[in-house]
Design a binder for this molecule. Structure first.
Ligand SMILES: Nc1ncnc2c1ncn2[C@@H]1O[C@H](COP(=O)(O)OP(=O)(O)OP(=O)(O)O)[C@@H](O)[C@H]1O
Ligand SMILES: [Mg+2]
Length: 511
């Protein structure tokens, strides 16, 4: 008996339990990709294969619609392609070359199955014949075996022919896309429009995820992704979350964090206030998810975006007044396990050892972002520049917040002084206004319609602004300032710092 007990615990006593082909492939469909993240996963492979061009096409034909993704990367030999089609062809534990965007040996399969019941891949490697492999979920279902087909379906031949002119490259074909087009009839115009809208949304997503590849970097020619065309007007445009070339963007110095001998680079950005951007610029800078959702951290793995905004579970919520804060985090592919990267490449969680420093950096950037947001784009109080004088300030009395009008604001002071001995009624009026600031109302309006509030004098014609400016100018002159110093002083007051032209004209006209 003892012998048998020994045998039962021995590693020689086993049975092989293979996954059931059909159930396994069907289950892999549920990894949770969207069309956007699935196509991004395929482009990861193209980039890893050294592609300079990627052509993505959405073909509408009702239930028989299909999507192709072709690249001019190095391609695969027959044996390589057969291996590439194997779910789990590489271990996630393998070390990867720098610049390899893969990790799990799954992406090609899981991304494709998530959207399509039939996956055909054609590939050409320099000096080799074109080779084809196909997974067909219905065929695997019928046979119950892991049968990888060695040719395209007869009806698919023309759909993969675009690869024909290339000496190297790969084409991925998705057909039977039950989750994208279902059983739609090809004359169903609404369904067709949805399909085309999806293509555009995919384009925006790819423009974001691969923006650093699409921008020319280090003099290398950028990656080009063509969407439904081969001319420059079908190119996917990069979307830079940091508006890094905008003059009014603030950036912080790069911070280098150490993680087990690897470097994690963090750069904070505060985007320009809306008043400092053109309307279409501001709209575009919001990004695919809109301003509020796109604040926070942007995590890049080998320059490929994994996480687009949000605060990495560091304990912050997305809030309106922090929406100008965005931080770029660069991680190498050697720290994937520490960051808990998922198969879809759309999640990364910071390792506990980095949390504190990331929070410190986030705090600094958020603080500055809030200032820019509140001051409507006025310049900050950096050393050497004169502080902007506001007409309002906030006070905390017994833990409660209130708002006060500055009695030392030049215009207020001027008017008060003119009242002479009888300044009581004016003082009473100011107090009344201060005590009845409709805080709740403003707060609700701002929360419901973030962009609804007008900037100072935004809806007034210039003449009205000049009227106020002139009174202010008079006030300062009356207080003994020279014309020059009065103008300088006005330029330090919000919002008149935005009206340089009018301010400089003050006192120069004869009345
Ligand atoms: N467009 C392509 N060009 C050349 N080789 C490719 C292409 N697509 C896939 N391959 C090969 O197929 C393999 C399997 O790809 P797959 O996406 O399934 O896994 P991976 O990229 O290694 O890891 P991950 O699951 O993280 O994406 C790749 O490692 C690569 O060798
Ligand atoms: Mg991959």
């Amino acid at each position: 008996m003892a012998g048998r007990a020994g045998k039962a615990s021995s590693e020689d006593d086993y049975e092989i339990v293979e996954p059931r082909a059909s159930s396994m492939l069907e289950a892999l469909r549920a990894v949770g990709y969207s069309v956007q993240t699935a196509l991004a996963d395929l482009i990861d492979n193209s980039i890893t294969a050294g592609a300079r061009n990627v052509w993505l096409t959405f073909h509408w034909n009702g239930a028989d619609s299909y999507i192709t993704l072709r690249d001019d990367g190095r391609g695969m030999s027959e044996a390589e392609l057969a291996d590439a089609m194997r779910p789990g062809n590489r271990s996630p534990l393998d070390e990867r070359e720098p610049n390899d965007l893969g990790r799990f040996g799954l992406g090609l399969k899981t991304a494709s199955f998530s959207q399509a019941r039939r996956l055909t891949v054609a590939s050409i490697k320099a000096g080799h014949e074109r080779t084809v492999r196909r997974w067909d979920l219905d065929y695997v279902g019928r046979t119950g075996q892991w049968r990888l087909l060695k040719a395209e379906a007869r009806s698919s031949a023309s759909r993969i022919s675009a690869l024909g002119d290339q000496t190297h490259g790969t084409l991925v074909l998705w057909e039977q896309m039950d989750r994208i087009v279902g059983k739609a009839h090809k004359d169903d115009v609404q369904a067709q429009n949805r399909f085309l809208a999806l293509a555009r949304s995919v384009g925006r997503h790819l423009g974001m995820v691969f923006h650093r590849y699409l921008e020319a970097e280090d003099g290398k020619s950028p990656l080009r992704i063509y969407l439904n065309g081969t001319k420059t007007d079908s190119l996917v445009h990069p979307w830079d979350p940091f508006c890094s070339t905008h003059v009014a963007t603030d950036s912080f110095p790069e911070d280098v964090l150490e993680l087990q001998g690897n470097r994690v680079l963090v750069t904070g950005y505060v985007l320009p206030h809306k008043d400092r951007m053109k309307e279409d610029e501001h709209e575009a800078a919001g990004g695919p998810g809109g301003w509020n959702a796109q604040q926070g951290f942007y995590v890049y793995r080998e320059r490929r975006l994994l996480v687009a905004g949000g605060w990495l579970n560091l304990g912050y919520a997305n809030e309106e007044h922090y929406k100008l804060a965005r931080l770029r985090v660069d991680i190498p592919n050697s720290t994937d396990a520490d960051w808990d990267i998922d198969v879809k490449k759309s999640r990364a969680r910071p390792p506990a050892v980095l949390e504190e420093r990331l929070r410190e950096l986030a705090d600094t950037v958020r603080k500055r972002a809030r200032e820019v947001f509140v001051h409507r784009g006025a310049r900050g109080h950096s050393p050497g520049t004169v502080a902007i004088e506001d007409a309002w300030y906030s006070v905390t009395t017994r833990g409660r917040l209130g708002y006060r009008i500055r009695r030392d604001h030049p215009l207020v002071k001027f008017v008060m002084d003119r009242q002479g001995a009888d300044s009581k009624p004016l003082n009473a009026l100011l107090r009344l206004l201060e005590e009845t600031v409709p805080v709740q109302r403003i707060w609700l309006d701002a929360a419901e319609k973030p962009e609804a509030h007008a900037a100072a004098f935004e809806s007034d014609p210039p003449a009205k602004v000049v009227e106020v400016l002139e009174e202010l100018f008079k006030a300062l002159r009356a207080a003994g300032e020279t014309a020059d110093s009065a103008r300088q002083r006005i330029l330090t007051m919000s919002p008149f710092d935005q009206y340089t032209k009018f301010v400089n004209a003050l006192g120069t006209r004869r009345h």
